[in-house]
Write a protein that binds this ligand. Structure first.
Ligand code: GLA
Length: 647
């Protein structure tokens, strides 16, 4: 920003002209970022109100980045003025491909202006203080508000308030984004706008952000080292990719940032083992990305990120291992260009995701949270999501991630064979109805002990859980929750239809005790105080069925259950035979070319044998000949094609 506007209202936009000309000459397009992620020093000093105020009331100093006040009228005005000039300067420029608006926008601010805006926002949402008090259950601990001025988001004991504060902060960021986009759209309507997301970043509801963007992009920094659990990280990354694709409504998305080697901001920043970078690039493409970009091209000599991975290192050579791996990834992308018109097909399995459920759950005192010392993720909501998604990844079945608040949610779930809603804690009546209709029409819905618990204000739903009468469709109520110590796990006794699962299983953390009302018991604890109580159930309802998996089960249970459900509901399998743990399978279909692209990746450090379907053809001569029995070398990516079957 300082280069564009060295002093207030003195603009020097032209310093990148020559760079843009050079790009245009070589027919290279550029994504031009707006600089609002970091305010210039002069502005920060002249207008202190643009700096965020911390929870303790202290205004932040001018330094750092990503710390502007998101409601500040003056900052918004400055951003608009600069964006207007950028857009005017480069409108029609052949090298301008896309606007990258801001950078990883985030943060919360407790300044007087934000607090006042929060009160106004609440007035619009609730109308009266009575309605607000009712929604926040304020009588409890004598929190009844008698004046809007008394509202203080720092009160962590009012869980409805905490949920609304998160919603409001998110709303500010979205309106900040809209304010930035407006002049860009006005002057360059044909240039799409994006901003870079941070995957599952806990404080922001990106579903709502995605509604104001033309295309969704994401930054991906998984921590891959050579340990045997790498495939679990890969599975988690594929969930993030599926989420981003979902926010782009299934269309191709952009991976805006990744590092070819290491990052520098975790305590431990290991290098990716040789070959892993290509696997990572291919994974994004396999899950629907059509571009992969880097942070950063060249390592800076100084500053906070001088040791962050880059394509070019401090000695400016192209014969380094990293440069060569990037070149290899570039060549692979060039080869894959033919697949650019393909997209991930509509998956038969959908997983529901919703930040409001996560916020409500994490603001609710008494919910069992995983220990911070254990493996990631560290919150109950994501733990369930990761476990469920991973089991389908292991079963080799693609999953779409959907947002229950989408205006066309009913249409989005219609016809899917399985819908997973294990952490759908916030249970609006409309969503409950849509899910009920889905089951009635023949769908299979999978819930957990944390599904269907509270309303939009974080108040528990009355009359039995899952709420809004959904326990009738489920044939069971989640009556109580019990919890285990951090180091404790209990064995599982399988019953009824699940007796055929092959393994010995256990569960940990927390479990719900089911009161069966027509449903069949699928599992009970084999030890502990509640051996007579079902903790998993199945109920046929209408044309469909509801499963409640009311515990944090072990990974092998989820894996075997996903396979069981896959066979029970005759899901379409990209590979007919099971894949080994650690092999990722993803598909993209091109209707135009009547072709399917199948991406197979080995995310382990040892060779993995694999059986292909008869009709799979190697995409390039480098693949494994025409045999259907292949072995994927450590971190190897192989692409196959197949004639597209009309569904
Ligand atoms: C984020 C930012 C970049 C850079 C990288 C480092 O993604 O957008 O500016 O700081 O992190 O990993």
């Amino acid at each position: 920003w300082k280069l564009y506007e060295p002093e207030e209202a003195k603009y020097e936009i032209g310093w990148i002209d020559s760079k843009k000309e050079r790009l245009a000459k070589h027919r290279i397009k550029a994504i031009l970022a707006t600089p609002s992620g970091r305010k210039p020093m002069w502005m920060s000093e002249k207008y202190p109100e643009i700096r965020q105020v911390e929870r303790n009331g202290q205004r932040q100093p001018s330094g750092e980045r990503h710390n502007h006040c998101p409601s500040s009228p003056i900052y918004r005005q400055k951003v608009r003025e600069l964006n207007t000039r950028l857009a005017e300067r480069y409108a029609g420029h052949p090298a301008l491909a896309l606007w990258h608006v801001g950078n990883e926008l985030r943060g919360e601010c407790f300044c007087a202006h934000c607090l006042n805006e929060f009160r106004t926002w609440l007035q619009t949402r609730y109308g009266t203080l009575e309605a607000l008090n009712e929604a926040w259950w304020s009588r409890f601990w004598n929190h009844t508000l008698t004046d809007w001025e008394q509202i203080d988001p720092r009160d962590g004991s009012v869980d409805g308030l905490q949920l609304d504060w998160r919603r409001f902060q998110n709303h500010l960021h979205v309106s900040f984004l809209e304010n930035e986009i407006e002049p860009l759209k006005k002057i360059t309507p044909e240039i799409p706008c994006t901003t870079n997301f941070m995957g599952f970043f806990p404080e922001l509801d990106y579903w709502r952000w995605s509604e104001v963007l033309d295309i969704v992009s994401n930054d991906s920094y998984p921590s891959y080292d050579a340990n045997d659990e790498m495939w679990k990280q890969a599975a988690a990354t594929s969930l993030t990719h599926d989420l981003i694709r979902g926010m782009n409504r299934g269309d191709a998305w952009m991976q805006m940032e990744c590092s070819p080697s290491c990052i520098n901001w975790r305590r431990l920043n290991p290098l990716k083992p040789a070959g892993v970078h290509l696997a990572e690039v291919a994974q994004a493409v396999a899950h629907g990305a059509n571009t992969v970009h880097y942070f950063q091209f060249r390592k800076g000599r100084g500053g906070h990120e001088k040791f962050h991975g880059a394509i070019v290192d401090h000695d400016s050579r192209d014969d380094t291992r990293v440069f060569q791996e990037v070149a290899q990834a570039g060549n692979w992308l060039k080869e894959m260009k033919i697949a650019v018109d393909s997209v991930a097909p509509r998956a038969e399995v959908a997983l529901l995701h919703d930040w409001e459920s996560q916020w409500a759950l994490n603001a609710s005192c008494g919910v069992r949270q995983p220990t911070a010392a254990g493996p990631e993720p560290h919150d109950a909501y994501h733990q369930l999501l990761f476990q469920h998604h991973r089991s389908w990844w292991q079963a080799g079945i693609p999953v779409d991630v959907l947002w229950p608040e989408a205006h066309d949610f009913a249409a989005q779930i219609r016809g899917r064979k399985i819908v997973l809603a294990p952490g759908q804690y916030l249970w609006k009546e409309e969503i409950a109805h849509q899910l009920r209709d889905y089951v009635h029409a023949g769908g299979c819905l999978v819930l957990s002990h944390l599904s269907g618990v509270v309303d939009a204000s974080n108040r528990v739903l009355l009359g039995g859980l899952p709420g809004h009468g959904f326990h009738q469709a489920a044939g069971a109520k989640v009556e109580e929750w019990d919890m285990l110590r951090d180091d404790e796990q209990l064995p599982l006794q399988l019953e009824g239809k699940l007796s055929e699962l092959p393994g010995q299983y256990h569960f940990s953390l927390a479990y719900g005790l089911l009161h069966l009302q027509g449903a069949e018991a699928l599992a009970k604890p084999a030890a502990g105080p509640w051996t007579d109580r079902a903790i998993a159930s199945l109920h046929a309802w209408g044309e469909g069925e509801v499963l409640i998996l009311a515990a944090n089960f072990c990974d092998t249970f989820y894996r075997d259950l996903a396979r069981w459900l896959r066979d029970r509901h005759s899901l379409e399998r990209p590979l007919e035979l099971d894949v080994l743990e650690g092999v990722g399978v993803a598909v993209r279909d091109s209707v135009e070319q009547a072709q399917r692209f199948i991406f197979l990746t080995n995310y382990t450090s040892s060779p993995q044998p694999l059986a292909l379907n008869e009709d799979m053809i190697p995409f390039s001569s480098k693949e494994h000949g025409s045999s259907t029995q292949i072995t994927l070398q450590p971190y190897e990516v192989a692409v196959y094609t197949q004639a597209l079957k009309v569904r």
